[in-house]
Write a new protein. Structure first.
Length: 93
């Protein structure tokens, strides 16, 4: 039962999908939130990616602190759901 609960929680959490800043103020908050920019621009999304971000070819979006695309949850594992993913794996070992 715990495994199912943790799986659903991980599968429904936002992995950290990056969206373009809508204004100069939000651009500054974006830089503060994600730290030093590595200066690369995603060719698919046209977003400036913070360090650790990556474009997922399966989800077709950029993910903050991208780890991998999980076939079990059918979504990316990143900043927002990495801890939940570890709980999921830990309950199934």
């Amino acid at each position: 039962l715990l495994s199912l609960i943790v799986f659903v929680r991980c599968a429904t959490m936002d992995p950290g999908i990056l969206s373009p800043p809508s204004s100069e103020r939000s651009a500054r908050r974006f830089k503060q939130r994600f730290g030093v920019l590595r200066g690369s621009v995603c060719t698919a999304c046209d977003l400036v990616q913070p360090a650790g971000a990556w474009h997922c070819e399966f989800c077709d979006c950029c993910i903050a602190e991208y780890d991998h695309h999980c076939p079990w949850t059918s979504k990316c594992i990143g900043k927002g759901n990495l801890q939940g993913f570890y709980w999921f794996v830990g309950t199934n070992v």
